[in-house]
Design a protein around this ligand. Structure first.
Ligand code: C5P
Length: 244
């Protein structure tokens, strides 16, 4: 059985390098990977990525790339040079962009796991209609996920709400990264469709992304351990039967 800690990714949504490195120090050995997103990357740049990697940790670079194929391929090559373990791009960039990204990653000796973001969970049906999506959000998510699958991008970032549909469509042929995780009784903050860690694992998540419930806890390592405990219980449950 995979170590339960390896399922847990902490979102380092923090203002600066000092805060990020402090969180890495506190959580090292308690979680599987650290997610550096647009906020901290824009401020601290690749040097912080190198520092986190240099301390022996896994880095998920959440840049949500979305541009013409040539530009995205170049950005993927740059991320490969950093040797991050995971990297996001928008499925809505289209098949050619996704294929160019996959090819660029494949040229690397240490390619990151490429993850396609489908529909941002912040978009309501009304927002989707306003940008020209005529069907349901779920149908659009499935369409974007198929595009990623056909282009050879092996992972998806999805909300737990869409996970069962994606799992039944692609089974274990894709990897599923699920944000919006909250343990029972935890503050929701701005997450409105959150699921509990164990439920996300039982629904087929390969990785869970958690930010504030860990970072804002009095004892972040203990908060992470408690989530890992919930993951472990789910992994041992006979109800876990999605490995198709
Ligand atoms: O603090 P919290 O656990 O809500 O953080 C969740 C992380 O997952 C944030 O970095 C957020 O940007 C990211 N995320 C999300 N919903 C998505 C995609 C990413 O919450 N649909």
């Amino acid at each position: 059985m995979k170590d339960a800690r390896s399922f847990l990714i902490v979102a380092l949504d923090l203002p600066d390098r000092a805060a990020a490195l402090e969180a890495v120090r506190a959580l090292s050995g308690h979680v599987g990977c650290f997610k550096l997103g647009l906020e901290i990357f824009t401020r601290e740049g690749p040097r912080l990525v190198e520092e986190v990697l240099g301390s022996g940790e896994c880095v998920f670079l959440d840049l949500k790339l979305h541009d013409i194929p040539n530009t995205v391929a170049g950005a993927v090559r740059s991320a490969c040079k950093l040797q991050v373990q995971m990297l996001t791009l928008h499925a809505a960039g289209g098949r050619e962009m996704l294929e160019a990204a996959r090819q660029a990653a494949a040229e690397s000796a240490v390619p990151p796991l490429l993850l396609a973001v489908t529909a941002l969970t912040s978009l309501s049906s009304k927002d989707c209609a306003a940008i020209g999506i005529s069907g349901s959000v779920t149908a659009w998510v499935e369409q974007l996920a198929s595009l990623a699958y056909e282009a050879g991008v092996p992972g998806l970032v999805a909300s737990a709400r869409e996970l069962p549909a994606l799992r039944s469509r692609f089974g274990g042929k894709m990897q599923y990264v699920i944000p919006g995780i909250r343990s029972a009784g935890a503050a929701m903050q701005d997450q409105s469709r959150s699921v509990q860690p164990g439920d996300a694992i039982l629904a087929g998540a390969d990785y869970l992304v958690v930010g504030r419930p860990i970072l804002r806890a009095q004892d972040p390592a203990r908060a992470a351990d408690s989530i890992v405990n919930e993951i472990e219980k789910a992994l041992r449950s006979p109800a876990l039967s999605h490995n198709s």
